[in-house]
Design a protein around this ligand. Structure first.
Ligand code: 4NP
Length: 165
C-alpha cells in the first residue's frame, strides 16, 4: 500500500496543485513513484473542474516543474483515504478540521509549512489576488516544504517496513 498525501488549499488551482506537482517531481527524482502518491483538493467549490491557474503554471514551469490537474473539493471521505493531509494556511486547516468534529483525524492533518527547514513562514500565502512574484514565492516555499515532507515520509515508510520484519 502506498503512502498517500493530500495537499489542500482554498481553490485547488494555485497552491495545492503546485505542492502536488512539486512533490511528484521530487518523488520521481528519488525513484519512489508507487510508494508515495499525491493528490490535491480545495476546501471551496469555486473552481471545481478547472486546470491549475496559468500564473502558477508559469512560475512552476520556470523552476522546471510541469503542472497538471483538475480542481476538486475536499470531502470528509478524504480523511480515511489519505495518510497525511497538508493544509496550506490556517484557514484551510480550520476548514478541514470543521469537517472532523470529533477530532478523530487531527493527527493526520498538518500545516504544510511545518515541514519547511529553510523558511520561517508558518503559512503558504494565498497568491491569487497578487502579482507574479507571489507565485514564484509560493513555489520556492513549497520546494522547501516538499523536501522536508519527503524526508518525513521516507522515515515513516522505513518505520513501517521495520514493523513488518
Ligand atoms: P488557491 O488560490 O487556494 O491557492 O487555489 C485561490 C484560488 C482562488 C481563489 C482564492 C485563492 N478565489 O477566491 O477564487
Amino acid at each position: 500500500m502506498p503512502y498517500k498525501l493530500l495537499f489542500v488549499c482554498l481553490g485547488n488551482i494555485c497552491r495545492s496543485p503546485a505542492a502536488e506537482n512539486i512533490m511528484n517531481h521530487l518523488i520521481q527524482q528519488e525513484g519512489l513513484s508507487g510508494q508515495i502518491v499525491c493528490d490535491s483538493a480545495g476546501t471551496s467549490s469555486y473552481h471545481i473542474g478547472s486546470p491549475p491557474d496559468r500564473r502558477m503554471m508559469i512560475a512552476a514551469g520556470d523552476r522546471g516543474i510541469p503542472m497538471q490537474g483538475q480542481a476538486r473539493q475536499f470531502s470528509p471521505h478524504d480523511f480515511k483515504e489519505f495518510d497525511l493531509i497538508l493544509a496550506m494556511d490556517r484557514e484551510n486547516y480550520a476548514n478541514i478540521c470543521s469537517l472532523d468534529p470529533t477530532g478523530k483525524f487531527k493527527g493526520k492533518t498538518r500545516l504544510m509549512c511545518d515541514f519547511c527547514t529553510e523558511h520561517s513562514l508558518r503559512e503558504v500565502p494565498d497568491p491569487y489576488y497578487g502579482g507574479a512574484q507571489g507565485f514564484t514565492h509560493v513555489i520556492d516555499l513549497l520546494m522547501d516544504a516538499c523536501n522536508g515532507l519527503l524526508n518525513h515520509v521516507k522515515q515513516e515508510l522505513a518505520t513501517k517496513t521495520d514493523g513488518l520484519r
